[in-house]
Design a protein around this ligand. Structure first.
Ligand code: ATP
Ligand code: MG
Length: 653
């Protein structure tokens, strides 16, 4: 334990080695680490060669003006061509790109040929509406094929898309449209959520009033997909139907090649710790790393059916639904709805029906299934699953083991992928054919990626010690800046330790040097001078048989400076937990990791405040724990949750 870093509390001894048949045929083997260590830039240059370049690049990296990177200098490519057309030209036009499953049960099969036609039509329609390279397109859609098509059409034109999660309010939409100056908005009448149509178009109308679009006329057109058939208000000056404009456009479109550094999209971070930042990603480097990590981390094979449950409104949907998998020519499932509509086995029914082989989700979803009970996945044939992925936060060891046993048949390796909106693609992850994985650890940097755990002085910590996670060398899919704010880009990420990218996350190296993510540095608690991370205490709580989910925060305390306050959701099998549940849980934490981490109070709650990507917004819980008015909650996936928490809380100190 060091005073300068973060305390190392937990101990986990379980290790799961790769199954022999995955190791024997793995796309990436141990050799990749050696090759990348010998010649990092050569390694990424070779990864970039897997894309089709209209003009080859002459230099892998220009880092002459840090922290502003230029990757694949001189190269020109078209991102959509790489994701779509080239597969058709290579004879894979009949391969399924997407098996779309609507929440009400409607389905659509989209081959790569179909995708090429649809993306071309949309690109022609956007051009007709005046969109040119560099213009911004806001996309506010449910999880339907048009979301993917609109993004790829934007990329095809060298325009910049800003996808706003369909669950966000008109306020969140308005600030993003204004911040990036979107000329076109693509939306739908609505989408299906929890068994009912849920309207989207009215939020766009409200957003345009909020930004006073009539006077400033930022947005010239709103293109509306008909999904639910709901009645929508139509302003004939700006509103257009997708099926009238796009479906009538030509399916012939010649993609233009753009510079490797052509901006591709702006994605706002989740806002877990503060105001969301508009993260800018560009073309060549981003696509290289998204496609290569997808192929390597998920060990893509020709006959794979891959399903990532993320929303396209989150960076995971960008890199691991829209760009990485299509650039790699994968077949995917795209599902519109919620996991429990019309029943709690819906996801597993889809896995069985389509024979999903690679599955990517967030720990929060895994814990929800733990809460619902083992018997639900057990009713479905999940034997097709070969590799499972996790993203969004550390996966608690207990949830990891549950996932492996109940979803992965006790054999599927789990890739716990650490990365961020800012990093664009996987940075730290096990490789399914190489790594002896430990539940709860993201293990090691991906080949070609250089990370360290450092103390306050920027000195690497030793094994068994905790500190701050940094990236020590630029990487292809790194953010290029914060949209419109280069200074904030420098200050936020590059100023704490010169030359290092500071991720904002705490981490530790275990005795073998494996990396464990410890949660946000902003969430670190200071208890009697000890700096404790949230992750390990939460994992200790989740290891109790009655607990499904847990969040801990540090609340002001007269004697200890801060005290640990825990919020827990119980498993359904635990009922109300019984009269002693609070005392039990406090003692359980003290026993698992030590008396210093024993929560001062435990509150049993029905829900936790989460972002669209399932991350817990601890800053809101801190407000509750310190009896303050709750702060900015605009990026919550469900804004009613905070009321639910205050009213449904059962607390004992
Ligand atoms: P903001 O930066 O606005 O607070 P955010 O950080 O929640 O929002 P994202 O970029 O979606 O927005 O999330 C990235 C963060 O998610 C990482 O910094 C890390 O804290 C967490 N994270 C993602 N994957 C993992 C993982 N496999 N293990 C641990 N933490 C993870
Ligand atoms: Mg962040």
């Amino acid at each position: 334990m060091t005073e300068h870093g973060i305390s190392n509390l937990s101990h986990e001894d379980r290790i799961f080695s790769p199954p022999a048949e995955i190791a024997a045929h793995a796309n990436l083997t141990a050799e990749a680490y050696d090759r990348a260590a010998e010649d990092r830039l050569g390694f990424w240059g070779a990864a970039a060669e897997r894309l089709d370049w209209a003009t080859p690049f002459t230099e892998v990296l220009d880092w002459s003006d840090p922290p502003f990177a230029k990757w694949f200098v001189g190269g020109k490519l078209n991102v959509a061509y790489n994701c779509v057309d080239r597969h058709v030209e290579n004879g894979h036009g009949d391969k399924v790109a997407f098996h779309f499953v609507g929440e009400p049960g409607d389905t659509r099969t989209i081959t790569y040929s179909d995708l090429k036609d649809e993306v071309s039509r949309a690109a022609n329609a956007f051009t007709e509406l005046g969109v040119e390279a560099g213009d911004r397109i806001a996309i506010y859609l449910p999880m339907i094929p048009e979301a993917v098509i609109a993004m790829l059409a934007s990329a095809r034109l060298g325009a910049i898309h800003i996808v706003v999660f369909g669950g966000f309010s008109s306020d969140a939409l308005a600030t993003r449209i204004e911040d990036c100056g979107a000329k076109l908005v693509v939306t739908a009448d609505g989408g299906y959520r929890r068994g009912a149509p849920s309207a989207l178009k009215p939020a766009v109308d409200e957003a345009l009033v909020k930004i006073d679009n009539a006077s400033s006329a930022i947005v010239e057109n709103v293109l509306v997909v008909r999904r639910t058939g709901q009645e929508v208000a139509f302003d004939s000056d700006i509103d257009l139907w997708w099926h009238e404009v796009v479906d009538e456009s030509s399916a012939d479109h010649t993609p233009e090649a753009f510079d490797a550094e052509q901006p591709l999209y702006v994605m706002y971070t989740s806002g877990t710790t503060g105001k969301p930042k508009g993260i800018l990603h560009t073309s060549g480097g981003y696509l290289t790393q998204a496609a290569y990590t997808f192929w390597g981390t998920f060990d893509l094979k020709d006959d794979d059916v891959y399903w990532c449950t993320a929303d396209v409104g989150w960076v995971t949907g960008h890199s691991y639904i829209v760009y990485g998998p299509t650039a790699a020519g994968a077949t995917q499932v795209l599902y519109e709805g919620t996991p429990d509509t019309p029943h709690k086995g819906r996801w597993w029914e889809i896995v069985a029906e389509y024979g999903v082989t690679k599955f990517y989700t967030a720990p929060t979803a895994v814990r929800t299934f733990m809460k619902w009970g083992d018997e639900i996945p057990a009713e479905h044939d999940l034997s097709s699953l070969r590799i499972l992925g996790s993203v969004g936060e550390s996966i608690n060891p207990e949830a990891y083991v549950w996932y492996r046993e109940n979803i992965g048949g006790g054999t599927a390796p789990i890739v716990d992928t650490w990365w961020q909106t800012e990093t664009g693609a996987h940075m730290i992850t096990p490789l399914p054919g190489v790594t002896d994985a430990k539940p709860g650890s993201a293990m090691t940097a991906f080949p070609g990626i250089s990370v360290e755990v450092v103390d306050d002085a920027g000195t690497p910590v030793g094994n068994g010690e905790g500190g701050y996670l940094v990236v020590t060398e630029p990487w292809p899919s790194m953010l290029r800046t914060i949209w419109g704010d280069d200074q904030r880009y420098r200050d936020t990420y590059w100023s704490r330790w010169p030359g290092y990218y500071f991720a904002g996350d705490g981490a530790k190296k275990d005795d073998d040097g494996a990396i464990w993510l410890l949660g946000r540095v902003d969430d670190v608690m200071n208890i009697s001078g000890h700096r404790l991370s949230t992750t390990e205490i939460e994992s200790a709580l989740v290891s109790h048989p009655s607990v499904a989910e847990a969040a801990v925060v540090g609340a002001d305390d007269e004697t200890t400076g801060q005290a640990v306050v825990a919020f827990v959701i119980l498993r359904e099998s635990a009922g109300d937990g019984g009269a002693d549940i609070v005392a039990d849980l406090r003692n359980h934490v003290a026993k698992e990791i030590g008396p210093i981490a024993k929560p001062r109070s435990v509150m049993v709650v029905p829900e936790l405040p989460k972002t669209r990507s399932g991350k817990i917004m601890r800053r809101l819980l801190r407000d509750v724990a310190e009896n303050r008015e709750v702060g900015d909650a605009t990026t919550l996936a469900d804004s009613s949750v905070m009321d639910l928490i205050s009213s449904g809380m059962r607390s004992t100190s």
